[in-house]
Design a binder for this molecule. Structure first.
Ligand SMILES: NC(=O)c1ccc[n+]([C@@H]2O[C@H](COP(=O)([O-])OP(=O)(O)OC[C@H]3O[C@@H](n4cnc5c(N)ncnc54)[C@H](O)[C@@H]3O)[C@@H](O)[C@H]2O)c1
Length: 441
């Protein structure tokens, strides 16, 4: 962009910003965002696959919604994209007219993207890489939108929590792709039932992501690291297993409605029909949240079986699926909704996340730092998974809080690590060899 055009844009932008009025604090955060300079917000994408390309589109669409509905005059520019594979960047690069020097491939590509000093990073890579990418983005001073889940093991979850704390000290916004926490029906139901206790005390619940077969239908026979990364969804070390990668959504709702993470997990699971990778294809877990509250979690990726994706919580005076009462089928509205009346609502939760992020950024309010919430939901899923893999009762404090009580569990890191990909030291695990309960810790 030429200096002249930039000056014009800035003048136009400030005019629109002034018109938007005091509610948006003259775009304090954009002014405070050193590199945004109050004109154009620079966005970088790490992970250009299905969700990454969708999320960056939704991010830009969110700015348009805010501009159209509130006249904010937000200007967005996709400044660069990183992906492990060059071919995965092409579609995004073509759409956002990124020249070759703004496309960064390989396991270290994200570092070169961060050198462009984006204001915002949108990231949707396999979950193993999230802690490293998130931490680097925060250290580089970026606001972050990151997809769930945010790690595959306890050290990764703790690393995200720590980077989230760093983001707080740097005044950076962190939004996670948990969807439901950004969806109006869930937010209002949560406000009514948890905030205002409209149905009394919570007794317990159940959460489920039971669906048909997903991912590779044949063994992968991964011979190269590239084969391994391309088929990431079927490998425990890269995806965290489907309880972490997919069912984390419902476990996140459980943590949110109970108001804390579970204290222990005990469960059963196995690999009945999955041909590829090394993951299980079903899990069934009892999460004990303390004070007598239990949530039963189930997830399965096997075709021809009963399906249910959702959650149900039982309160003293009724039940909810998170969006309405399931005993009367009625909507539950809080006396006071936490959603500002002028915050535009769009249909899909995963699009609303971006509207919410940019709305509060424009307001100059660091409303969201979702690192801890999403890391704890990820850790709960890891805890459930570990209970099933080992056949043991897994305790949160041993896994997440106390390094000396059960060091093996506390330090349970998936191999290869994210850094191993950067240094090229990657051992591909044996396909079809899944954990056997009762055998190892
Ligand atoms: N919230 C939601 O609605 C939702 C929906 C789908 C996926 N997701 C999440 O988004 C993430 C990505 O899923 P997807 O379906 O887009 O997968 P995908 O395979 O389509 O995309 C992942 C991309 O990351 C790239 N990648 C792999 N390792 C990388 C690295 N080290 N550095 C940079 N790029 C790397 C891959 O090459 C690929 O292009 C996952 O965490 C998934 O759980 C969330």
């Amino acid at each position: 962009m030429s200096a002249r055009r930039d000056r014009v844009s800035r003048r136009d932008f400030m005019k629109t910003a002034a018109a938007a009025g005091a509610a948006f604090g003259s775009f304090a955060i954009l002014g405070a965002t050193a590199r945004g300079a109050g004109t154009t917000l620079k966005v970088g994408l790490i992970g250009c696959g299905g969700r990454g390309s969708g999320a960056i589109g939704q991010h830009l669409a969110a700015a348009k919604v805010l501009n159209d509905k509130l006249g904010l005059g937000l200007r967005m520019e996709v400044v660069g994209a990183a992906d492990y594979f060059e071919d995965r960047i092409k579609r995004v690069a073509a759409k956002y007219k990124l020249p070759p020097n703004r496309r960064f491939d390989g396991p270290n590509g994200y570092k070169r993207l961060l050198e462009l000093k984006p204001d915002i990073i949108v990231t949707a890579t396999p979950p193993l890489f999230r802690p490293v990418h998130f931490e680097a983005s925060v250290k580089a001073g970026c606001h972050v939108f990151m997809e769930k889940p945010v790690a595959v093991d306890p050290p990764g979850c703790r690393r995200v929590i720590e980077a989230g704390e760093l983001a707080k000290t740097k005044g950076l916004m962190v939004v996670a792709g948990t969807q439901r926490r950004h969806t109006k029906s869930y937010i209002n139901t949560h406000a009514a039932l948890v905030g205002e206790k409209a149905l009394g005390q919570l007794y317990g619940g159940r959460v489920s992501w039971c669906g048909g077969h997903a991912f590779n239908r044949e063994p992968v026979h991964a011979k190269t690291v590239d084969d391994f990364v391309r088929s990431w969804k079927v490998w425990i070390g890269l995806s965290g297993d489907h309880i972490v990668e997919q069912h984390v959504h419902n476990i996140d709702v459980a943590n949110w409605f109970v108001g804390r993470h579970p204290l222990t997990a005990a469960g059963i699971g196995g690999r009945a029909r999955r041909p590829a990778g090394n993951m299980y294809d079903f899990f069934s877990i009892d999460f004990d949240y303390g004070a007598g509250i239990h949530v039963h979690s189930m997830c399965r990726q096997v075709s021809g079986c009963w399906r249910w994706v959702g959650q149900e919580f039982v309160f003293e005076k009724g039940r909810t699926d998170g969006t309405r009462r399931t005993d009367t089928r009625g909507r539950i509205e809080p006396e006071k909704s936490p959603i500002p009346p002028d915050l535009p609502q769009v249909r899909a939760g995963h699009a609303q996340e971006h509207v919410n992020m940019l709305y509060y950024l424009a307001k100059g309010e660091i409303r969201y730092n979702e690192a801890r919430n999403v890391a704890e939901s990820t850790a709960a899923a890891v805890m459930g998974r570990t209970a099933c893999y080992t056949g043991k009762l897994i305790r949160w404090d041993e896994m997440m809080e106390n390094p000396t009580k059960n060091p093996e569990l506390y330090n349970l890191a998936m191999r290869p690590t994210a850094e191993d990909f950067e240094t090229g030291d990657v051992q591909i695990p044996k396909e079809g060899v899944a954990p056997i309960p009762g055998k190892k810790a």
